[in-house]
Design a protein. Structure first.
Length: 328
């Protein structure tokens, strides 16, 4: 049995979809669905149970022998969330409790960390497991800090020889885009934000650069397609001997202008791009460059190619955003 926390969310529901596509149906989804259309993320999926987060540990104790792997994607993922106590309870305390349960019962744990742990990137984007290197990172928001705090706690436990799960993997997701992100509101990917105007024959708007090193639209991110993220999780499940902290990007930084052009190409349109000032409230914390170092994951044995920005955007737009049913 595989438990997927946050299994109705963006990355979690894509992991469930990939598991189904590989004929795996012994899945339990742990999530809340709310009153919006989030339930549609799992409407096509096959699973054996759907439980609320507040019932997770009761379920785990009852089904201890059947559980094999916990894929922990559940979290408050909004980088704008200001309630740090809420973030600690959901992102740190729950993760620590799951770690302790998996270590005690010898169950595998794959969890979501984040590239937000790298802060402004001045310390680079190496997924270094050295505790001193981790201690030099300075996240720019409470979400990133909560993910880093858990990473550091795990790395300390491993270094000191504490009891650990038989397999553990923390995944530092970079800029993920793709189907099933529609419930995320302002936290949706730039592709999803640009699509309505681009599809309606209008120009799209990007943030103007306020750094002389970058032209307007030249701000760079490591954009990674969500299907690639799910493939990495499935690879880890199939390779129990692999543990560690790993970046999940493509290893290539691309500009927002590249992404906008790829969106227009997918729609068979000539690009029309305008620029607006970056809001002052985020301007001093705005990242101009991210690029994952993928060496550790490659060295661990993951050899599948990553989807190019052009191919990923084309698949997302043509097969999902333009479809009558945009859900995977």
């Amino acid at each position: 049995m595989i438990i997927v926390t946050g299994g109705a969310g963006f990355i979690g529901s894509n992991i469930v979809a990939s598991l189904n596509e590989h004929q795996k149906t012994d899945i339990v989804i742990c999530d809340t669905l709310g009153t919006d259309e989030k339930w549609r993320n799992i409407a096509k999926r096959e699973f054996i149970d759907l439980i609320r987060p507040d019932r997770l540990f009761g379920f785990l104790e009852k089904h201890q022998k059947e559980v094999g792997t916990i894929v922990h994607m559940g979290a408050i993922s909004a980088t704008t969330e200001r309630d740090a106590d809420l973030i600690v309870e959901n992102n740190l305390r729950l993760s620590l409790d799951l770690w302790e349960w998996c270590a005690k019962h010898q169950k595998r744990l794959i969890y979501a960390s984040s590239a937000a742990t790298y802060g402004d990137g001045r310390q680079g984007f190496e997924d270094d497991e050295d505790l001193e290197a981790q201690g030099r990172l300075r996240p720019m928001n409470a979400y990133g800090w909560s993910k880093l705090a858990f990473d550091r706690r795990i790395l300390r436990a491993v270094k000191e020889g504490d009891h650990t799960p038989p397999q553990w993997a923390g995944l530092k997701f970079f800029n993920v885009y793709g189907p099933n992100e529609y419930h995320k509101g302002s936290m949706k990917s730039v592709v999803a934000h640009l699509f309505p105007n681009a599809a309606d024959g209008q120009a799209v708007s990007l943030f103007r650069s306020h750094d002389p090193l970058y032209p307007d639209g030249g701000q760079m991110r490591d954009f990674v397609y969500v299907k690639d993220c799910a493939d990495i999780v499935l690879w880890l499940i199939a390779n129990m001997q692999v543990s560690g902290l790993f970046n999940v990007g493509t290893g290539e930084a691309r500009t927002f202008k590249d992404l906008a052009k790829a969106s227009f190409t997918a729609l068979n349109r000539v690009p029309e791009i305008t620029y607006r000032d970056t809001p002052e409230e985020i301007r001093d914390r705005y990242q101009y460059f991210t690029q994952a170092s993928m060496k550790r994951l490659r060295d661990a044995g993951y050899d599948r190619p990553f989807t190019s920005l052009e191919d990923g955007v084309a698949d997302y737009i043509r097969n999902y955003l333009l479809a009558d049913d945009p859900y995977r």
